[in-house]
Design a binder for this molecule. Structure first.
Ligand code: SF4
Length: 240
């Protein structure tokens, strides 16, 4: 089990090495936090293209999220069908919009401005269908907070390298949260996601050519000769 000071040191080293390999990604533009949150709900368990298509369909059909809040969940489900899991996702979107309207009096997330990361996490994860990963995407992409969302790719890389030894992305998120280098969460998340898609595949990782092999427990023991996959379109959330 890695000790806290090791988690911090290894995260720093790996973040620097990833930055050397991929460079420092730039934010494309600032987006509306509610757009980011709904885009993230749509992205659960599907690929970027389909979730983005579903997001655009919703945005094209309605001018405001207020209008979407008035729709029955079944109608939302039909519009977002391409993203899959339509029933759960439409329910989560409807519950979120209803919550904002009833509890906050307006369909916006403007009340988050004065809230801490932990308070926002507690509030959002109390809504069915919105989990820790979705909320951490809101914190990072919507508010620019120093929070590193952990999806399956980031979780895999964190465990293969030996930064943590955890059984789920949520556990990984909690283990690393306080050690993410200041102002580097966006770069760490983006570059680790790229590495997970290109080199650190779930089966046959390309350890022999991986840019962080020398910093990776698994890579140094196995030198797996997988092939690199090119996937340049990472993070459509950033372009919403
Ligand atoms: S060396 Fe291998 S296991 Fe380690 S991060 Fe790279 S691809 Fe993944």
């Amino acid at each position: 089990m890695p000790i806290p000071s090791q988690i911090k040191t290894r995260l720093l080293k790996i973040e620097k090495q990833l930055d050397k390999h991929y460079g420092t990604p730039d934010r494309v533009k600032k987006a509306d936090p509610l757009d980011i949150l709904i885009g993230t709900i749509l992205s659960q368990n599907t690929n970027d293209d389909n979730s983005y298509k579903a997001f655009l369909k919703l945005k094209e059909a309605f001018n405001t999220w207020d209008q979407v809040a008035e729709l029955p969940a079944g109608k939302i489900e039909k519009i977002i069908k391409v993203a899959g899991l339509g029933k759960q996702k439409s329910r989560a979107i409807k519950d979120l919009l209803n919550y904002l309207k009833k509890e906050k009096g307006e369909v916006t997330l403007s009340h988050h401005k004065l809230m801490s990361d932990e308070e926002i996490i507690d509030e959002m994860t109390a809504i069915p269908g919105i989990g820790l990963k979705t909320t951490s995407c809101l914190l990072l992409f919507g508010y620019g907070r120093n929070v590193c969302p952990v999806d399956t790719h980031v979780h895999r890389v964190m465990n293969k390298t030996g930064i943590v030894q955890t059984s789920s992305p949520d556990r990984t998120f909690k283990e690393i949260a306080q050690y993410v280098p200041a102002e580097r969460a966006y770069h760490l998340h983006t570059n680790m996601l790229k590495l997970g898609r290109e080199f650190c595949r779930p089966t046959s990782p390309a350890c022999n050519i991986c840019p962080i092999k020398k910093l990776c427990d698994y890579g140094m023991k196995h030198n797996s000769p997988g092939e690199k996959r090119i996937n340049t379109r990472v993070l459509l959330l950033d372009t919403i």
